[in-house]
Ligand binder design. Structure first.
Ligand SMILES: O=P(O)(O)OC[C@H]1O[C@](O)(CO)[C@@H](O)[C@@H]1O
Length: 230
């Protein structure tokens, strides 16, 4: 899969282990350093950048090197998205470029928790109302891109208050987070595709920029059919 080497990357935003402490499986895990790198708001051309800005959409590139922290595979911090003005939560679209990813998605009441496994070229839609964490369970770098509305700020409080997501992926397997007494069993599945919107494995999601398939990112209520796969 194309690694977007043709885009000049700005300085990344770096997620440090210090920032991750509230969400790690082992509280107080003695580790330090940068954990992952987020290159936000990218575009290949001035025309694409103008289209993205006019449509309030961001294209980001994230690199998650392999690592374990006190026995837990490296992961993103985890956050929820608020509701759009139409009352439906903002969704997000990811695509893996290199490495292996596990998208750990959960409803706000954690009654449904699902891991979507994805490899190079795979697309993953985070449906409205789902919080998400991305785990790198492999020993290679995970590179991924995402398209998301830039009309909101991510909400981290619930993940921080409950010490992360409902499950942790550790080197000896999946472990339920004891702070989620009522969490549902873990479902593990592959990523569904959405051919009617041109969102299919192996097709660069960047190609959707400038087209008419990304309306769901800012007007999710009109696209309920897209979110039924979950
Ligand atoms: O904000 P977190 O939970 O650290 O997750 C980082 C990921 O989220 C994004 O901000 C998009 O939601 C990406 O830039 C990045 O891959």
């Amino acid at each position: 899969m194309e690694l977007y080497r043709d885009i000049d990357l700005p300085d990344p935003q770096i997620r440090t282990i210090g920032q991750m402490q509230p969400v790690l499986a082992v509280a107080g895990c003695n580790a330090s350093g940068p954990l992952y790198f987020m290159y936000r708001n990218l575009a290949r051309t001035a025309e694409d950048r103008a289209w993205l800005a006019a449509n309030q959409i961001r294209f980001d590139y994230t690199v998650i090197p392999p690592r374990t922290l006190c026995g837990e595979f490296t992961k993103t911090k985890g956050h929820y998205h608020p509701a759009a003005p139409d009352g439906t939560g903002y969704p997000e679209l990811y695509q893996v470029l290199a490495g292996q990813a596990e998208y750990l998605l959960q409803t706000r009441d954690s009654s449904y928790v699902v891991v979507v496994r994805a490899g190079p070229g795979d697309v993953v839609l985070v449906p409205p109302g789902y919080g998400h964490v991305t785990i790198n369970p492999a020993d290679t770098e995970l590179c991924m891109v995402n398209l998301v509305s830039e009309a909101f700020a991510s909400e981290y409080a619930a993940y921080e208050e409950q010490q992360g997501a409902a499950y942790y992926h550790c080197t000896d397997g999946w472990m339920k987070n004891p702070q989620y007494g009522d969490a549902g069993d873990l479902t593990i599945r592959d990523a569904p595709e959405f051919p009617e919107e041109g969102i299919v494995h192996g097709r660069e999601i960047y190609e959707l920029i400038g087209g008419d398939s990304l309306g769901f990112l800012n007007n999710p209520a009109e696209y309920a059919h897209l979110f039924r796969a979950f």
